[in-house]
Design a protein around this ligand. Structure first.
Ligand SMILES: Nc1nc2c(ncn2[C@@H]2O[C@H](COP(=O)(O)OP(=O)(O)O)[C@@H](O)[C@H]2O)c(=O)[nH]1
Ligand SMILES: [Mg+2]
Length: 182
């Protein structure tokens, strides 16, 4: 991941429609209390998010989750330094889409060894899969075995959870930098 604090670190946010990608990115950018009603994302949005703690700048690409758009995801892979995969843990009807998104990421040559942060979202909803259940359902341990990956619990309405995601991203960048130096 990025070497200098002034160079933005390119992060790709993917996951099925309605997973909460745009809500998460806007919460990171503005804080949970300032996110307004969201329009479904057509194509993609880019935002720059700065971590106050570390000074890292993230160039965050929030990509439309429609399965029909999946073939175009490749266009965004170049220079990507980290991927956030957002899953709605309370929507079993979208788990197949989530699996397909995961498989696509894992199989992408340009994303080889790129760290993946899985966001287990909407844990506040009744009947949501737990972190362990999601890990098993998507076979994360097996599919992500050959790269650095993490899973974060998420309830977008809670600023605490949003802050944890940014902390995790900062940690991932620090770890990647250290690994490169060794
Ligand atoms: N209950 C609950 N709803 C959420 C959460 N995160 C997002 N949402 C809602 O999910 C809907 C879809 O979110 P959006 O960010 O547009 O999904 P996207 O298609 O992945 O970009 C919105 O109505 C959000 O308010 C969460 O953690 N819990
Ligand atoms: Mg969106």
């Amino acid at each position: 991941m990025g070497q200098s604090k002034s160079v933005p670190i390119k992060i790709l946010v993917v996951g099925p429609v309605g997973a909460g990608k745009t809500y998460l990115v806007q919460s990171l950018l503005l804080g949970v209390n300032s996110v307004n009603d969201l329009e479904p994302t057509e194509s993609y949005n880019v935002d720059i998010i700065k971590s106050r703690k570390t000074g890292f700048k993230y160039n965050v690409y929030d990509i439309c989750g429609k399965p029909a758009d999946r073939p175009y995801h490749k266009m965004f892979y170049d220079e990507t330094q980290g991927v956030i995969l957002v899953i709605n843990c309370s929507d079993m009807t979208k788990m197949e889409d989530a699996k397909n998104d995961l498989d696509e990421l894992v199989g992408a040559y340009d994303l080889d060894r790129i760290p993946i942060l899985v966001v287990a979202n909407k844990l506040d909803n009744h009947g949501a899969l737990s972190i362990n259940q999601l890990t098993t359902t998507l076979k994360l341990d097996t599919k992500l075995a050959y790269r650095n990956w993490w899973i974060c619990p998420m309830r977008t309405k809670y600023q605490y959870d949003v802050d944890k995601i940014l902390e995790k991203l900062d940690q991932i960048v620090e770890t990647e930098k250290k690994n490169r130096r060794q």
